[in-house]
Design a binder for this molecule. Structure first.
Ligand code: ADP
Length: 267
């Protein structure tokens, strides 16, 4: 059974990640000092790719969990299962990472219930312990273990904010959409798009992101990569803008048309 939901595109045997600032060094220092890391940033800005890249760079196994409000502590820690020879214990992804000295990445941690995140507390401070209530074990984290969590501060509401007592156990880092030059390099690395089209897409993204609209989200690097891939296979740029940028961002027809009006200024 695999717990990793990471999708990655290896380039020259490495997971490609274009740093935005000093985040690679920051991650390496946090890892060296056995400190847990919190990554904040909007959806599709590269958080998951960054963690996959760092796990590969540091040579650690990676366990990725996409958090949701039904996620229980047992989903992270493990549970007893019934097999042909009776019951047996199966480690959850967090426990496996703790035993193996791997990286456990909890994506959208604020979605998880508060009682679930409480199991992280003794792991995220100096103790580095994982108490497993159901087996009575208290596991000390292996040397390379690192806890990494992320969330999108834009989604936050009063109910879903991260508890201060949890948040204060992490070194925190903020990522955003990369600046235009970096983002066009990412587009070209992740698709076969020509440079001039990539530059136009990035300019369009800049205009869409600056629009004063009531959209919940702005266009992400992920959507731009989808658009670049569709364009590079020959689809007309405006049709791509509709299906990769405007429609994914809104269900409201007049908003979609307003986004398309901006796209027509570029394509
Ligand atoms: P998040 O976890 O923040 O929602 P992802 O890490 O899944 O976003 O990023 C979405 C996609 O955008 C990735 O699959 C990758 O193709 C691309 N991407 C975003 N930022 C970068 C970057 N800095 N370097 C390389 N690829 C990136």
């Amino acid at each position: 059974m695999t717990f990793s939901t990471t999708s990655t595109i290896p380039i020259n045997g490495e997971i490609f990640y274009q740093p935005q600032d000093n985040e690679v060094q920051l991650f390496e220092y946090a890892y060296a000092h056995q400190l847990p890391l919190l990554i904040k940033g909007p959806t599709g800005c590269g958080k998951t790719r960054f963690v996959a890249h760092m796990a590969e760079k540091l040579g650690r196994p990676l366990y990725t969990v996409a958090c949701h409000d039904d996620l229980t502590a047992a989903d992270l820690v493990g549970r007893h299962l019934i097999g042909p020879n009776g019951t047996y214990w199966q480690d959850g992804p967090l426990t496996r990472a703790v035993r193996e000295g791997g990286i456990c990445y909890l994506d959208e941690i604020v979605e998880a219930r508060k009682d679930t995140t409480v199991v992280l507390h003794p792991l995220a401070d100096d103790r580095r312990l994982l108490p497993i209530e159901r087996t009575g074990e208290e596991l000390a984290a292996a040397e390379g273990f690192m806890l990494v969590v992320s969330y999108n501060p834009g989604y936050q509401n009063i109910l879903k904010g991260m508890k201060a007592s949890t948040r204060q156990r992490f070194v925190a880092l903020r990522l955003n959409y990369p600046d235009p030059l970096l983002e066009s390099q990412i587009l070209m690395a992740e698709s076969q798009i020509e440079q001039d089209l990539a530059v136009k897409l990035i300019e369009l993204a800049g205009s869409l992101r600056r629009l004063d609209s009531d959209l919940d989200e702005v266009v992400s690097t992920r959507l731009l990569i989808y658009a670049a891939r569709m364009m590079s296979s020959g689809m007309s740029p405006l049709a791509v803008c509709r299906c990769c940028l405007a429609e994914p961002l809104s269900d409201d027809i007049s908003t979609v048309e307003a986004l398309m009006d901006v796209a027509r200024l570029y394509f």
